[in-house]
Design a binder for this molecule. Structure first.
Ligand SMILES: [Fe+2]
Ligand SMILES: [Fe+2]
Length: 376
């Protein structure tokens, strides 16, 4: 069995069972061996409780004029920095920019479903009851994200767009894997890191108040999911042998590379360009022309740039070392990232969101105060 196919368990709290081996979950000696490593992040869940079907938290019925207003500052739309922009009149620019958000929100929705299914699958393979409780708690939070993003997409466009092949394949690989490391590095570190970066960007540049509220509420949860990945890394990475460490580093690089070149690729979202009368291959050439290495590096200097956030996540987790740093150094100043400390870009936005939630949740049990209509 190659390293890539092994569990690489270095701390027994991440010990695994086969997902079909439910009998072993009934082992009477298992229940008493419960880690407390995740108790703090499990019990913190009450501080960031929110409910996507309760208007005190977010109101998806607030209207938005999609024909005439940008959902996000157009600087966020990659096409605005290319010849594509010159080929469109203002009405079509708004149309394309808002379809781009439709694409992103659909991708996020699929990502949230991936996170929900992945967390649930962790419950089936992790042996430790404390680790299972964490995973079950994350699954419940991801489920509310699926509800929330589905409601947002429905309110603005009716239905989501199909998943792009690159993201779809990646999510499937992680959800269907039996390997805890692949699930945790792939989801809690890479995809959660990507989500934190993307949400911070929408928070900063969003012009639709519902969208801004939505990403901030999701971030109050995601910040904790990222912590679970970090705890795994702290307890695992230093104990890996050379071969194992290289395997994880290389797999993470491969995922990063796939995400970088596919998420924003015109080929993945052909359908939206067709709707403003543009051929995706022409769009791609316009992108290539504008996106020089220098331009890419410049964009990545923005602290909320999602790929910069992703690189920082991997760096903090010890998954970028001297061996692999040069690959990432093509995009960011690694020393600058190193010197920044542990604070992640979304942390302060999440903290502010939690303060807002406390004003609604108060001291009472929010589950008991949920309006009857919302429980239908
Ligand atoms: Fe989520
Ligand atoms: Fe998450």
């Amino acid at each position: 069995m190659t390293v890539l196919e092994r569990q690489l368990t270095k701390d027994e709290i991440y010990d695994t069972l086969d997902p079909t081996d439910f009998e072993s979950q009934l082992d009477i000696n298992r229940y008493g061996r419960r880690t407390s490593a995740f108790d703090k992040i499990i019990s913190a869940t009450h501080d960031h409780f929110w409910d996507p079907v309760d208007k005190r938290y977010i109101d998806f019925d607030e209207p938005f004029d999609l024909e005439n207003e940008y959902l996000v500052d157009p600087v966020l739309v990659a096409a605005s920095r290319t010849a594509v922009w010159d080929a469109l009149d203002e009405q079509n620019r708004i149309k394309l920019a808002n379809m781009d958000v439709h694409w992103s929100m659909s991708s996020i929705l699929h990502g949230e479903q991936g996170a929900l299914s992945l967390s649930a699958s962790l419950c089936h393979i992790l042996r430790d009851p404390g680790a299972q409780e964490y995973a079950a708690n994350q699954a419940r939070e991801e489920a509310r994200h699926v509800t929330a993003y589905a409601k947002y997409v429905q309110s603005r466009w009716g239905t989501p767009l199909p998943v792009g092949p690159a993201l779809g394949n990646l999510l499937s690989e992680m959800v269907n894997s039996k390997l805890a490391w692949k699930k945790i590095v792939g989801m809690q570190l890479l995809v959660e890191g990507l989500a934190m970066g993307a949400f911070a960007t929408f928070f900063k540049h969003g012009r639709d108040p519902v969208l801004v509220r939505l990403v901030q509420l999701a971030m109050t949860d995601e910040a904790f999911h990222h912590k679970f990945g970090k705890i795994w890394a702290d307890r695992t990475i230093p104990k890996l042998d050379e071969d194992e460490k290289n395997t994880i580093e290389d797999w993470a690089w491969q995922v990063f590379d796939t995400l970088l070149y596919n998420l924003a690729s015109p080929e993945q979202k052909k359908s939206i360009y067709a709707k403003v009368g543009l051929d995706w291959q022409w769009v791609q050439s316009a992108f290539m022309e504008a996106l020089t290495d220098e331009e890419l590096r410049k964009q990545m200097q923005d602290a909320t740039n999602i790929f910069r956030v992703l690189i920082k996540t991997l760096l903090q987790a010890g998954i970028i070392t001297q061996r692999t740093a040069p690959r990432y150094a093509a995009f960011v100043d690694m020393k600058e990232l190193h010197d920044e400390g542990e604070e992640m870009v979304g942390d302060s936005i999440a903290a502010q969101g939690i303060e807002f939630l406390k004003t609604i949740n108060g001291g009472s049990n929010p589950l008991l105060t949920r309006p009857a209509a919302a429980a239908e």
